[in-house]
Design a protein around this ligand. Structure first.
Ligand code: ZN
Length: 135
């Protein structure tokens, strides 16, 4: 199976594990690193709504806890919305770890239908050197 197929399947499988009982809007995300490792995640909601988090955030947590690596591709899927893009907060979180040329694959339930880059996803993002310059 090609790596992008594995990445898509990982995001889809993660989506099936979503804890989205309040929104009923399951989302899955998966991160692929240059060494072929995949880290996936689903959205997890709690009754105190602001305390839940997104699929991308879960995937980033797995990525960081496993030691990270060079991110090359990211896949996001939501069964109830074709081409579900990451929210603003997740765009910033992904940009913390993924280079601007990392590919972000947007999907339907059948597969990847559009590919953009992190730079496309978060133009003019808040960059890490901003704090260095401020100090
Ligand atoms: Zn998000």
């Amino acid at each position: 199976m090609a790596e992008l197929d594995r990445l898509f399947q990982a995001a889809k499988t993660a989506m099936e594990k979503a804890h989205a009982k309040y929104s009923d809007f399951p989302v899955g995300a998966a991160i692929l690193t240059k060494d072929g490792k995949i880290y996936s995640g689903a959205n997890i909601e709690v009754i105190s709504f602001p305390e839940g988090w997104c699929a991308e955030t879960t995937a980033i947590s797995h990525y960081v806890m496993a030691g990270g690596g060079e991110i090359t591709d990211i896949c996001v899927i939501a069964e109830k919305k074709d081409i579900c893009t990451p929210c603003g907060g997740c765009r910033q979180r992904l940009a913390e770890f993924a280079p601007s040329d990392a590919k972000v694959h947007l999907c339907t339930m059948d597969g990847i239908v559009e590919t953009i880059t992190m730079a496309d996803l978060l133009p003019h993002g808040f960059e890490s050197d901003a704090l260095i310059k401020a100090n």
